[in-house]
Structure formats: structure tokens, C-alpha cells
Design a protein around this ligand. Structure first.
Ligand code: PAF
Length: 287
């Protein structure tokens, strides 16, 4: 992998990189488009990173479809697909790991202990292996993107991080590989997640700047469906990821909830709402 990347750079080409865990959907492919815009050649990794899954989480059942992914990635312009084996990435459990610090105090952090340490450790390894000039992450995993940016800044990784907007189904559901877990009836319920965030946006635009009231409006929509088990709804500062008391245009409104056994996350920037994100046409669906 590193030889390919170094050869590209020796030729004067900038290397763009999209790290993924596979089971690609249009959201991932938009990251490829974005990487291609800012670079001359694009590498993608597919690696379901055991280090970022908790003991009760879905590592074993995480959806995998390597041949399908390979076709989607190459037809979208990925020049190099890096699919390391677990044993190659972790010949033994790493003794040294990258700590995310205080950025995990809120949102997913308290609910997924060790998760962001696992993400940073694998992303640091991937950056050292791929040596990209540019790496692209999705804003759906906003906390992940923020923490990776912090790792790159704080530890002087020579890579530019770009964050691409969320891609949504026609009804507003954010694309996620985990949407594949949803049973048809759960898929219908899942639309409430983005609708709840939209309600928060509506309240804010209507003049409600008390963050607690905005959060309460989101929770109220989610409570319409008993099968939604909310983990958190928080209005946070986009830089510190700490909860705010007064909502402003750049406040992030984020949530995590279980629908059945499937844990989904979503977020909006309060000043723009769902309008910042792209919706797929009704017929397009998830690839
Ligand atoms: O967002 C993901 O798919 C993963 O967390 C990442 C960044 C590929 C690290 O395993």
C-alpha cells in the first residue's frame, strides 16, 4: 500500500484517501468524489476495525460485501482498494493507542467507551500506511470527524482533513451501512430521527434559542414512537462538542437512538438544518 502511495507522490500526484468499513453506499461514494476533487489519485480502505467495537456491539454482524464494494468503488474512480486482514493490522492487540481526550465527554463518547480510541488508533495506522495528502470523512459521524481533525492538528499528521455533508434518503434518513439492519417497519419509524432534528431546526428558526427547549422539541417528536429508544439528544458547540445553553447558527444538534437492535446517529447544524445535506431522489435508494 505504501509503495503504491509513494510511487504516486513521486510522480507528483496528490493522494486522496477515504477510510471505510465497507458495505458501501452512496454516502461513501460521495466521499470518493470529494477526495477525487482535491487529489489526483484516490485510495480507499475497507477494514472493519475490531478495536472500535464494544463487547456488546455489532462487530460479528457488521454487514460485509467485499465483491460488491470492489465494483462500486472502482466504478466510482477508486484507484487503489486497501483491504487489510485483521492479522495484518493487529498482529497483537496494540499496547499503544491514541487517546481522544476530552472530546468524548458528550454525544457518543459516554455511550461507547473506548470507541473513539479504537477509531483514532486505526485511523493513525491507516494514515501511516497510506500516507495520504488528503482524507475525507462524512459529517454524519460528526464527533468522529472532529476528533480525527484534532488528532491530525495536535499530533502534526501531514494530511488535510475534509468533512463532506450528509447524504440522505428521499425521506430524510441519513445513509448508513447500519440501515441494512432495519426491518421494513423499523425503516418506516427511522424517518422520525431526521424529522425530529428538523423540528429542532424549526423551533430555532422560530426564535427559540434556549438549547434545552430545542432539545425538548426533538425528544418530543421521537417520543411519538415507542420503539425508538433515545440514547441522547444534545445541542453542542461544534468545536468543543460540549453542550451549549444558548443555541446559535453553528450549534450542532445531534442524536443517537436505537430502533429495535439498530443504533443510528444523525445531526444537523442548527442554522441550516437538513438543507445543508443532499437528498437522493426517491427512486435512487441506497446503492
Ligand atoms: O467511519 C468509519 O467507517 C470508521 O469509523 C473508520 C473511520 C473507517 C475507522 O474505522
Amino acid at each position: 500500500m505504501r509503495a503504491w502511495s509513494r510511487a504516486a507522490r513521486a510522480d507528483g500526484r496528490r493522494v486522496g484517501f477515504v477510510p471505510t468499513m465497507g458495505f458501501l453506499h452512496e454516502g461513501h461514494l460521495r466521499l470518493v468524489d470529494r477526495a477525487a476533487t482535491g487529489s489526483d489519485t484516490v485510495a480507499m480502505s475497507i477494514f472493519v476495525n475490531p478495536l472500535q467495537f464494544g463487547p456488546q456491539e455489532d462487530l460479528g454482524s457488521y454487514p460485509r460485501a467485499l465483491e460488491r464494494d470492489r465494483q462500486l468503488a472502482t466504478s466510482r474512480g477508486v484507484d487503489c482498494l486497501f483491504v487489510p486482514a485483521d492479522q495484518a493490522m493487529y498482529p497483537r492487540p496494540p499496547l499503544v493507542r491514541v487517546s481522544p481526550g476530552t472530546l468524548t465527554a458528550h454525544l457518543c463518547g459516554p455511550w461507547r467507551p473506548g470507541h473513539f480510541e479504537g477509531v483514532l488508533t486505526v485511523v493513525a495506522k491507516l494514515f501511516h500506511i497510506v500516507e495520504p495528502d488528503l482524507a475525507v470523512f462524512g459529517r454524519k459521524d460528526l464527533q468522529q470527524a472532529r476528533i480525527i481533525r484534532s488528532m491530525v492538528d495536535d499530533l502534526n499528521f501531514p494530511v488535510t482533513i475534509e468533512v463532506a455533508s450528509i447524504i440522505r434518503e428521499a425521506d430524510g434518513l441519513a445513509l448508513s451501512s447500519r440501515n441494512a439492519y432495519l426491518k421494513p417497519v423499523e425503516r418506516e419509524v427511522a424517518v422520525l430521527l431526521s424529522q425530529a432534528l428538523e423540528e429542532g431546526h424549526r423551533r430555532y428558526r422560530g426564535g427559540t434559542h434556549d438549547a434545552r427547549e430545542v432539545v425538548a422539541a426533538v425528544r418530543q417528536v421521537l417520543s411519538r414512537e415507542a420503539t425508538i429508544l433515545v440514547q441522547y439528544v444534545e445541542a453542542v458547540d461544534p468545536d468543543t462538542l460540549a453542550p451549549v445553553t444558548t443555541a446559535t447558527d453553528d450549534t450542532v444538534l445531534a442524536l443517537a437512538a436505537f430502533i429495535g437492535k439498530t443504533r443510528l446517529i444523525d445531526n444537523i447544524i442548527l442554522g441550516v438544518g437538513l438543507g445543508a445535506d443532499e437528498r437522493l431522489a426517491a427512486t435512487a435508494g441506497t446503492v
